[in-house]
Design a protein around this ligand. Sequence first.
Ligand SMILES: [Fe+2]
Length: 218
Amino acid sequence: MHIQISSDGYSYLPSYRPELSSYDAFLSLGAIDELQGFSNVQILRPKQKYAAEPNTYSGNFGVDAFPMHTDLAHWMLPPRYVALRAVFGSADVVTRLFDGKRLIEALGSERLARALVQPRRPVNGNKQLLRLLQSQREDGSSIVRWDSIYLQPATSNSETIYADIRAYLEKIAPIEITLLNPGDTLVIDNWRMLHGRSDCPDSAERRIIERAYLRKLL
Ligand SMILES: [Fe+2]
């Protein structure tokens, strides 16, 4: 199915093909990106901090809210699209979205483009320098990246903007989407939108979301 994502930076498809497996549903929307270290479809469940892998969002935040971020912001090229699909949804958890275009407007494209960050832990043995905004890439696209856990400022100049972004994101009112019914699917432009998640109360302990990264959409 062809979905339109360019105007809003995301597309929400309620009860999308619930009869299909998530793998087949994702394949019907685009090309699955096969990333090193990830299965094609990943199963996301709420995990207490102590039960989760240390270098993951659950390992950092457990069932508390996940702050706004770009998925794999610390990779040279973060995955293009993130697709999330409810297998067992919960009314008590929301997925949050915030348009990176608003972040650029608020903080200034020049400042974001100049800000150098690097992974907090090495990726493939090195901590390459990355820009929070990479605009006018060869194919005409741009990438806004943000992550308060996996990225750290690389210079004293970028410390200031890093702190400014953290403070700004504390005050935003994100879009909230509830993945509730089987097949509820959210496709996010990961080069534009930041996303996060509310906390997971006990009532959501059986929540299951499946995720895939997509290289392109149909
Ligand atoms: Fe994420």
